[in-house]
Design a protein around this ligand. Structure first.
Ligand code: FES
Length: 160
């Protein structure tokens, strides 16, 4: 295993993380959590460097990272869109809102738009079920949404 493309600062940081968290296989999740805490996502070169440090193939680490929705592979956008997938929102059309936003922004769930403006994510109940379906953008909640309403709201953020 090698990390030929890694900067020495990346290797140093990987060593630092591994010495703080541990280097056994059962530490893969805590290691990923620490990388994400520092970077806001999981940079590829950090995964490669940690993989080399602990002797676990990066393919295995990526497997863990993609299994858990808490981990993100791209940096956070300027605005975080969280579509509620709780029961009330689910039955009121949350999936339709997600696919509409996904089409509009050309981004998958859990990812960030190419221009770095939006990250599209989902979340469990936001606690305002009477307004279902609900979407939270940054700290603001929007309720009783339809695909056209949410597209309009999002456009407002694009022209910030
Ligand atoms: S289920 Fe969406 S706010 Fe409760």
């Amino acid at each position: 295993m090698s990390c030929q493309g890694c900067e020495s600062s990346t290797i140093e940081e990987a060593r630092d993380i591994v010495s703080a968290v541990g280097s056994t296989r059962d530490k893969v999740i805590p290691l990923l959590q620490e990388i994400q805490k520092r970077h806001g996502y999981l940079p590829e070169d950090m995964i490669e460097a940690v993989s080399k440090e602990i002797g676990v193939p990066s393919s295995e680490i990526y497997g863990v990272a993609t299994f858990y929705s808490q981990f993100r592979s791209t940096p956070m956008g300027e605005h975080l869109i969280k579509v509620c997938k709780g029961t009330a929102c689910h039955v009121s059309g949350a999936e339709v809102l997600i696919s509409s936003l996904s089409d509009e922004l050309n981004v998958g769930e859990g990812a960030t738009t190419g221009d770095g403006v939006f990250t599209l994510d989902s979340v469990a109940c936001l606690g305002c079920c009477s307004l279902a379906p609900v979407v939270m953008i940054d700290e603001k909640v929007y309720g009783k949404l339809t695909p056209s309403k949410i597209r309009k709201v999002v456009k407002g953020y694009s022209s910030d």
